[in-house]
Ligand binder design. Structure first.
Ligand code: SF4
Length: 181
């Protein structure tokens, strides 16, 4: 019988949620016995290759490429999980939502204290994904089936959530795995 397939994607995040997944340590051996990985930075597969049972999203959407990738990811995933605060509410990148985008770009490329940009040009090559006016969480772009909060969620929380999902259950994690004090 074919193994369940898992895919992960990093959008506007810091890879900390993926590092937390790696922190399941030796349990990763049990995981790869049970599942096959599709697209994921963990195995460096960059394009999703087929139908996936569980998709894990790190990061929200800060640019048009994030939106395109997330929509394609949704199309391939039966169950889609927002992992971490950036996917769930935009996280740290969403701090820029309090400042108009044009002002953010001016500060980053023209007026910032460490900027040396005598021409005052803001990069706009067509190869650079267009920034959205605001960073938005994944659920504002696609339907999300489950949420796993934390920055990042702990390895134990990720393991518990994956174990439940692979058993066909909705993850209901105990308080100990969801408190951050
Ligand atoms: S939730 Fe935290 S650890 Fe995860 S991508 Fe965002 S900043 Fe990084």
């Amino acid at each position: 019988m074919a193994k369940p397939r898992i895919a992960t994607v990093s959008l506007c995040g810091c890879f900390g949620c993926h590092m937390s997944l790696l922190d399941i340590d030796e349990r990763i051996l049990a995981l790869v016995e049970k599942v096959d990985f599709d697209r994921s930075p963990v195995n460096d597969i960059k394009q999703i290759e087929g139908a996936v049972d569980i998709g894990l999203i790190e990061g929200g959407c800060c640019n048009e490429e994030n939106v395109r990738v997330l929509r394609e990811f949704r199309r391939h995933c039966r169950v889609l999980v927002s992992v971490g605060d950036c996917a769930i509410n935009g996280g740290v990148p969403a701090l820029r939502n309090m400042v108009p985008l044009a002002e953010c770009l001016q500060e980053a490329y023209v007026h910032g204290p460490s900027v040396d940009n005598p021409d005052g040009r803001i990069p706009n090559d067509e190869e650079i994904p267009l920034l959205l006016d605001r960073v938005c969480p994944a659920h504002e772009v696609v339907r999300i089936d489950a949420y796993l909060p934390g920055c990042p969620p702990s390895a134990d929380a990720l393991w518990a959530a994956l174990t439940a999902l692979l058993a066909g259950q909705t993850p209901e994690l105990p308080y100990e795995l969801l408190k951050y004090d």
